[in-house]
Write a protein that binds this ligand. Structure first.
Ligand SMILES: Cc1cc2nc3c(=O)[nH]c(=O)nc-3n(C[C@H](O)[C@H](O)[C@H](O)COP(=O)(O)OP(=O)(O)OC[C@H]3O[C@@H](n4cnc5c(N)ncnc54)[C@H](O)[C@@H]3O)c2cc1C
Ligand code: FES
Ligand code: FES
Length: 1353
């Protein structure tokens, strides 16, 4: 029970007391298993804090925790992942959530207001977490620097925005912004004529003279408006004195820190001792008790590895464990000191002590920058990191290399041990006895001739665990001798534990110079062998990293020694540090046709304010219904197996479990599900993929349901799986029919071509990674009615399949979708299946049932973007004009067909992208494998086909040794050309986009600069490249190309607008309101949209394929026309009347004030067999992008330096939303082609199950300069108000990131004397980049094919 009375008597031994948003919480019966997040959401009903992953990897759950430091007498604020923080650890602390800083009912806090107004929120699921990271930063630094922003957001992810708008909004808080404003004599951007840029004269747009003088992208001004995406002058100034005060009680009452605590729950007891003696006693009395610091490791184990620890001992209140003592020759750090405190202490030491003495501190501080995100570093303890003993711990290599000493303590006594190869005895095991605790670590200061250097390489620089890390500790004799007196080197990621390499000691006595390097490499490689099946795979890469790190350490120390080194080699030391981001957005602003006309204006997303304050409601936020049950699904753990037995008896006996679903709950004739009816709802005898559903357990709370599912025992007989496309081809496993398209006559044309080449291109799997996992709530109503709140892109599809399963008419199943936290295609057909389980369970139990997938379940169950392989033969002339092509396209579908047949058929139409190939034969085959079934994803298959087409063009250019731009230009579509499906290209703007982006980006000059850079630098290389997209918009299917809308006007003149589309962050509701506002000539504030609902607009098409604003916009328009026609006589009678007066008059005259709207596209009438018809697509979107990138040839790391995009959107309905869509889509594309890799085992098991292992692009990944221009003077007669769709096409332009990386690799290979062409498949992971940059180091490492990870699926 929660009491909040001020005068509650505090029984500090068993009563939890803390503050939330200034309110005192007293809980006498706290459940110690609960995280702070569960407590906030379930007990305090503060649902603004979101659950995105539950593993500290996405930041959606970020809150601010404040505590009073009695030593410094200061209040400290730090960001915390509420999903990992145990609620018991909040005793005596103050928690601030997004609800605590502002609200739409009162006043928004500036951090909420600015992210909303700067268009930094789309689906909004990440927004509260980002708001709270920024808020915490502001509470600590009233005027932060840009670099502080970088650090603050290391632990936050957003899948929608592409981050740029968030940074743009928040940079207005920074010191740099203020300085620029002051320097330019501007206040709040009022005199800043260019897009509100606070950089004034230094604005990148002004520096990029081409962009200004070419007249193409200059912002067009009307009499009264300047083209700005947002107006900083409307921002409420930030005044830190207005912040709420820290609860005085927590300052005054030190009992909160000093009292011992014990909280007893059903399964777990939690202790918080106050003295070290008490801690040791508890440890001895409770063998197997879990000591916890920040719980960042234990929290993940408990949640995802189903670990249950009956006793926790939280040791962080023990004073001795929290101290850092600076001795004359060492630093002693208590084991409970957090990484954040270590970082600031070490920075202080570096600033105040001699340089040589703090080289160790330098190495640690540099490493900590890349250690997790700020939220983790603020709570994670050094002791937790050491005791976990992860083989990829970032700090352990440094401690081992430097010879740190560990002080261990128990009731029996104290001992000190050296951190060396004897400390870790196996994977996550060490020599510390179970009754011992780690008290402190002692780190020696470095000596004058001692050098310490650490390295880390991960999949993503920010917030990622290492692939390999290392530390070198070197002691040299006096210069200039520089003889090695001692050398220690330790590695992470090279063995089951962090290890010190031994053979390297043989270098002792040798001079530390270039000659020593060869011996060092050999010694390292001898010491670091790998078996073929080593977990983690990447054998050759990891070994080459080990020696590359040594080489880099050598260069670094040589530089410190002032030893002369080839200046070209110095580039190995240049780091990819964060630089202040620049950006520009160009769009046309047209004259308003009427005062209320907002079409073409950057109107803020209608939900932005709700999202920024945490008031926006997602399914998991809907308050719990009476008698509600939670469903947890039983998933198959095998990819291909016979099910011998499913035993749920233990699960049913577990507390709070009330029911279950099994195959027998479903009539035989309703077991089939899935888009093509080839899936089985609940499996009973055979599983053909991991994560197929075997049943479900229903309990009165979510935790109990999930825990009970872990008790279900399934016995399997494993069968051989087919996993990859290559295996499917070999085994002839395909879904019929194959898709085929012939255009021209390739049989005749190919032999006539002067040159022919064959090639292959592949793209990998991509996870949708919307921030909100799938969630459904089914409520049985009277007379067989079922109401479903769904996290779905397809309310009609859901009601259709649920009605069939329940055996009722579709009018009895009402599906409502308020909003979804991102969809990207992953909530289309997948949602239909998941809704069936809640509906089934609700019917069976006659109680409301909710299902919320965990992130790992979501990633495992839902599938993602199909991996695609192209095998091609091209015929072309000496100029590079392609005359003939034969292309076989393979699609990895997974265990069911789902949309993969459509992927193949749409794919074959787009296989040439923007290239005019007059003779082509293309076949699309869909491979059937034992993987989770893949499904639609943003830019459907065009992303993959654009990649294939770009690869083909480059093959031609490289074969002929010609400039790629020349070849692309020669083959580019032009007005009137026929596509390969015989559709003439009308208003074909791809050439304009291509030429303009080359000009805007100053491509030619920058290419020369890139060449110069590459000549001068050996280990960093740059690449610049251009890519295009020609994207057919339409379903190619008549039935799907229709939409409806419903307008209801109330007597007060307010309008409720409903249409067929789902709001998932893309701003659809905002655009539809803009359309209605213009049509009805009323302000947008008068119009409201609540949700998409199957009882308002029937038979809708799923919100997919970028078609929703086109289709629904026309339907809205149609409904408005009907209303306008009815109002016309009234207006004619009273032309000066107001809207409200006209509506009242209409009511009084009994004129209907509701109207439905309908739209259907002209027919497609396509005949695939003859490749003829009216048209395949409604129209085309065009775009082009130039990207420049820099790679680190030694590690495979990279940084996007600049991207310029020109996108043809016709007349944009809302440039802010559209530019947001372009940037967001581009970053997802970058993820697909470069960043994201699903690690898959040979048996078809996915290993990447959350943000910890699957790395989507983060804040630090965006191009340092990101310029987006909407093509000027383009219109589109085939969509509402001449607009064009934006959601998907820009994603394809991210091929430019991949191919610019490839250009950089080519430069590296050239330096190394490697001349032959090379093939690299997407994604361009660090491993692929490094191994493609062949050089003297990679040559020392024999290529080994790992049997662990499947490289290509
Ligand atoms: C999102 C995320 C990102 C991460 N990124 C990184 C990264 O980049 N690099 C990296 O190296 N690690 C990373 N980690 C791992 C983890 O954060 C660190 O290992 C962290 O330092 C653990 O500290 P903690 O206090 O949270 O440990 P806890 O989870 O509290 O404890 C971990 C283990 O240590 C034991 N323990 C703790 N203190 C003591 C003690 N004094 N005596 C005896 N046993 C003790 C506990 O019993 C437990 O077994 C990451 C984790 C997450 C969730
Ligand atoms: S939900 Fe906590 S970090 Fe993702
Ligand atoms: S707005 Fe950030 S995840 Fe959707």
């Amino acid at each position: 029970m929660t009491r909040t009375k001020e005068d509650d008597q505090v029984d500090a031994s068993s009563v939890l007391v803390f503050y939330v948003n200034g309110k005192r919480i007293v809980d006498e019966n706290v459940n110690p298993e609960w995280t702070l997040l569960v407590y906030l959401r379930n007990k305090l009903l503060l649902c603004g804090t979101k659950l995105g992953c539950g593993e500290g990897g996405c930041g959606a759950c970020t809150v601010m925790v404040s505590k009073f430091d009695r030593t410094t007498q200061e209040v400290l604020h730090y960001p915390v992942n509420a999903c990992l923080a145990p609620v018991c650890s909040m005793h005596g602390l103050a928690v601030t959530t997004v609800e605590g800083i502002g609200s739409t009912k009162t006043k928004l806090h500036p951090v909420q207001e600015r992210i909303a107004k700067a268009h930094g929120t789309q689906c909004g699921f990440c927004t509260p977490g980002i708001v709270m990271s920024m808020y915490t930063l502001l509470r600590n630094h009233g005027k932060p620097k840009m670099e502080d922003l970088d650090v603050a957001f290391q632990g936050n992810l957003c899948r929608c925005t592409g981050y740029r708008p968030i940074i743009d909004g928040y940079k207005t808080f920074t010191e740099e912004w203020e300085v620029m404003q002051a320097a330019n004599g501007m206040t709040n951007g009022k005199t800043n004529g260019l897009n509100g840029c606070g950089m004034g004269d230094k604005c990148c747009k002004l520096q990029n003279s081409n962009a200004i003088t070419n007249g193409i992208n200059g912002v067009h001004k009307t009499k009264d408006e300047v083209g700005k995406l947002f107006e900083t002058s409307t921002f409420v100034p930030y005044d830190s004195s207005q912040e709420p005060i820290f609860p005085p009680e927590l300052k005054l009452n030190d009992a909160y820190d000093k009292t011992s605590l014990v909280f007893k729950g059903e399964n777990v007891t939690w202790y918080r001792p106050k003295t070290i003696e008490e801690l040791l006693q508890l440890t001895q009395q409770n063998p197997g008790a879990k000591i916890i610091g920040g719980n960042t490791e234990v929290g993940v184990e408990v949640k995802f590895k189903a670990q249950l620890y009956p006793v926790y001992i939280k040791h962080t209140s023990v004073v001795e464990l929290n101290q850092i003592v600076i001795n004359s020759d060492n630093i002693r750090i208590g084991s409970a000191v957090t990484l954040d405190v270590i970082e600031s202490t070490f920075k202080n030491l570096i600033a105040t002590r001699p340089e040589w003495e703090t080289r160790i501190c330098n190495a640690v501080v540099e490493m900590l920058h890349w250690f997790a995100g700020k939220q983790i570093r603020c709570v994670a303890t050094i002791g937790g990191n050491i005791m976990t003993g992860s083989p990829i711990s970032d700090l352990n290599p440094i401690w081992i290399a430097i010879g740190a000493r560990l002080h261990l303590r128990s009731i029996a006594g104290n001992r000190t041990v050296l951190m060396d190869n004897h400390f870790y005895t196996g994977y996550r095991k060490n020599i510390v006895n179970s009754d011992e605790i780690l008290e402190a670590i002692e780190i020696p200061f470095t000596r004058r001739n001692q050098y310490v250097f650490a390295n880390k390489q991960s999949r993503r620089r920010d917030d990622d665990i290492a692939i390999v890390n290392s530390a070198l500790n070197l002691i040299l004799s006096e210069s200039p001798d520089n003889k090695i007196e001692d050398i220690n080197m330790a590695f992470g990621g090279m063995a089951p534990t962090t290890i010190a390499v031994k053979k390297i000691k043989q270098l002792i006595g040798q001079k530390f110079d270039e000659k020593m390097l060869e011996t060092a490499y050999q010694l390292l490689l001898d010491d670091l062998p790998f078996p073929e099946n080593v977990p983690g795979g990447m054998i050759s890469y990891r070994r080459s990293l080990a020696i590359s790190f040594f080489f880099r350490s050598y260069l670094n120390i040589s530089k410190q020694l002032n030893v002369s080194i080839d200046p070209k080699n110095l580039s190995a030391l240049n780091k990819f540090t964060s630089k202040p981001p620049k950006s520009s957005q160009y769009f046309q602003v047209f004259e308003k046709e009427q005062v209320t006309d907002t079409i073409g204006r950057p109107i803020v997303h209608t939900n932005a304010m709700n999202q920024a304050t945490g008031e926006a409601i997602y399914i998991d936020d809907v308050p719990i219904f009476e008698k509600e049950l939670h469903l947890a699904l039983i998933f198959s753990k095998k990819s291909h197996a016979r099910i011998l037995n499913v035993d749920i008896s233990k699960a049913l006996a577990a507390p709070h479990v009330v029911n279950f679903i099994l195959p027998e709950d479903i009539p035989d004739d309703r077991q089939a599900c899935g888009l093509m009816g080839d899936e089985i709802l609940v499996r009973s005898d055979l599983v053909t993929s991991q994560y197929q559903v075997l049943g479900g357990i229903l309990a009165t709370n979510q935790l109990a349901a999930k825990q009970a599912v872990n008790l279900v025992q399934v016995t399997y007989e494993e069968l051989k799986p087919v996993v990859t496309m290559d295996q499917a081809i070999e085994e002839n496993c395909f879904y019929p029919p194959e898709a085929k398209l012939c255009f021209g006559n390739v049989t005749d044309a190919m032999p006539k071509c002067k040159n022919t080449i064959s090639g292959e291109a592949r793209t990998g799997y991509q996870e949708h990674f919307y921030l909100e996992p799938h969630a459904y709530l089914a409520i049985p109503r009277e007379a067989d009615e079922m109401e479903i709140y769904a996290c779905s892109q397809d309310q009609t599809g859901l009601s259709e399949v649920v009605a069939k399963l329940l055996g009722v008419d579709q009018n009895k199943v009402i599906v409502k979708v308020k909003r979804i936290g991102g969809g990207f295609g992953g909530k289309e057909t997948t949602g239909r299946k998941l809704a069936l389980y809640v509906a089934l369970a609700a019917k069976k139990t006659k109680r409301p049932v909710r299902l919320v997938l965990e992130r790992d379940e979501d990633m495992g169950y839902t599938g993602g973007r199909n991996p695609v392989m192209f095998k091609y033969k091209l015929g072309f002339d000496d100029d590079g004009r392609i005359h003939a092509a034969e292309v076989d396209m393979f699609v990895n579908a997974g265990y069911s067909a789902d949309v993969s047949l459509a992927v193949a058929s749409v794919g074959i139409t787009h296989v040439t992208n923007s290239t005019n190939i007059p003779n082509i034969r293309v076949i699309g085959k869909v491979c059937k494998t034992n993987l989770p079934t893949n499904t639609a994803m943003r830019a459907f298959v065009n992303a993959q086909t654009n990649f294939g087409a770009e690869a083909m063009l480059r093959d031609v250019a490289e074969y002929l040794n010609k400039d790629y731009v020349e070849i692309a230009r020669l083959n580019l579509y032009k007005e009137g050309d026929l596509t390969i499906y015989n559709q003439p290209l009308v208003d074909c703007n791809v050439r304009r986009c291509f030429e303009e982006v080359l000009v805007n980006s100053d491509f030619n000059n920058r290419k020369k600069a890139v060449d110069k850079f590459n000549k001068e630098n050996r280990w960093k290389k740059r690449g610049i490249d251009v890519a295009t997209t020609t994207y057919g918009i339409g379903f190619g299917n008549d039935a799907l190309q229709q939409a409806g809308a419903l307008i209801l006007i109330y007597k007060d003149g307010s309008v409720l607008l409903t249409h067929g589309g789902v709001e998932m962050g893309q701003g659809l509701h905002t655009k539809m309101i803009q359309v209605a506002s213009k049509m009805l000539n009323i302000p947008i504030e008068k119009i409201h949209t609540t949700e998409a609902s199957s009882d308002k607009v029937p038979n809708t098409t799923a919100t997919v394929a970028s078609m929703s604003s086109d289709l629904n916009g026309m339907a809205v328009r149609d409904a408005c026309i009907k209303i306008n026609n009815r109002l016309e006589p009234i207006k004619a009678k009273n032309p000066k009347g107001t809207w409200e007066e006209w509506i009242m008059a209409a009511y009084n005259q009994r004129i209907s004030l509701s109207a439905t709207g309908f739209h259907r596209e002209p027919p497609v009438n396509w005949d695939w067999t003859t490749n003829t018809g009216d048209k395949m697509f409604n129209y085309f979107s065009f775009g082009a992008a130039v990207t420049e990138v820099e790679i680190d040839c030694l590690t495979g790391d990279h940084q996007l330096l600049r991207t310029d995009i020109v996108m043809d959107l016709g007349n944009s309905l809302n440039p802010a939303i559209d530019i947001g869509q372009i940037e967001g889509a581009f970053m997802i594309g970058y993820g697909l082609f470069v960043r994201e890799e699903m690690v898959t085992l040979q048996d078809g098991t996915y290993l990447s199950k959350g943000p910890g292992a699957y790395k989507i692009p983060c804040f630090g990944d965006i191009p340092i300069e990101f310029n987006v221009a909407l093509l000027k003077d383009s219109s589109n007669p085939r969509a509402v108000f001449s607009s064009k769709t934006t959601g998907e096409p820009p994603l394809c332009l991210a091929t430019s990131t991949f191919f610019s990386i490839r250009e950089a690799i080519k430069a590296a290979r050239k330096d190394a004397g490697v001349t032959e062409n090379f093939r690299m498949q997407a994604p361009a992971t660090p491993e692929r980049i490094r191994m493609a940059c062949q050089d003297h180091l990679t040559k020392k490492v024999e290529p080994v094919k790992s049997t662990w990870n499947i490289e290509y699926i």
